[in-house]
Design a protein around this ligand. Sequence first.
Ligand code: TYM
Length: 379
Amino acid sequence: METKVTPWDVEGSIDYSKLIEEFGVSPLFSPMKEKLTSRMKEGSHMIKREFFFTHRDLDLVLKDYESGKGFFLYTGRGPSGNMHLGHLIPLLFTKYLQDAFDVNLYIQITDDEKYLYKKDRKWKDIDEFTIDNIKHIAALGFNPDKTFIFRNSEYIGNVYPMLNTISKKITFSTAKAVFGFTNETNIGFIGFPAYQIMPTFFEKKRCLIPAAIDQDPYWRIQRDFAESLGYFKVAAIHSKFLPPLTGMDGKMSSSKSATAIFLTDDEKTVKNKINKYAFSGGQVTLEEHREKGGNTEVDVPYQWLKIFFESDDEELMKIKREYERGNLLSGEIKKVIIDKINSFLKAHQEKVKTVDINKYMYTGQLAKEMWKKKYLPKD
Ligand code: TYM
């Protein structure tokens, strides 16, 4: 299968070092990594183990932070269905960064994008997923006075003039080249990228975006004209993709539901999906496994532990060693990840039941300020 990485589709076997070249991003290196991890109480394993692996201008963001100029965070979600673990990871990482640096955070919910994306999408469905997804995001526990979660269709009145200025900066030929639009693409969707760029101008400080690398094409365009509008080029820190249950190719994706663990899955579903579909690096027979050991490079339960669910390096090393020596069996490593995911989801689902989304959308300090603002072009 041909490899493809766009904001809407990820397929095939991904060569991340090739992507670094193609996208023109820079690998994360020392001492930048240490500057981040030394402040983070949680999530630093995602940097150390190179799940977050590249950046744009992160060094300048850190400089601005150290000199007292500060920065702000921005990330988002397209509410086209139930959220899965892959969506959660960049959002949680963003929370860890907010905790570490105590900065404002904007979370864009692109209901417009997801409605426009497919012909047969109904607004009613997108509307329901929007509220549902916002609950799941708010339940992650961002700082309610420094976080603004907004849906595009609702906040549009506050940004419309500035949005037009951004649209004027992007020609159809650029949009075609960057996003692969064709004559068959509907014109709403062609214009949408301007709105995903808009939040990078919410403050006159550097904006840092944590997201998977698929979203980078938007940032590339922003960086071409941001300074001509008197703003900073946007900075980003990119993650790889949480692999699907079925193997290391592509990404966990809601459009292929057997490949994903959803945030709404119950204990039994998680157990069944992992036992049935999780790609195993174990050997075919017990004897062979005891003799040759498992392959952790391709074993999805192991990779999920490494990427996110086992933050303790010693514990992870122990699992790796025992699995590769054949002492730990495929069913046993599956049980480890099933238990981790279920305890995580149980706690998360409890929080979703009682979360107050209003403070993030309307009543928290930053939300209140944002509803008073009107973004007008300077020209
Ligand atoms: P969406 O809803 O497709 O994805 C939301 C976030 O999840 C990341 N992501 C993944 N990360 C790791 N592993 C995976 N398998 C995986 N699948 C998705 C995406 O990179 C993204 O960070 N247009 C956007 C919404 C958006 C946005 C933003 C995202 C608006 N503004 C700013 C990031 C930053 C979208 O539809 O994302």
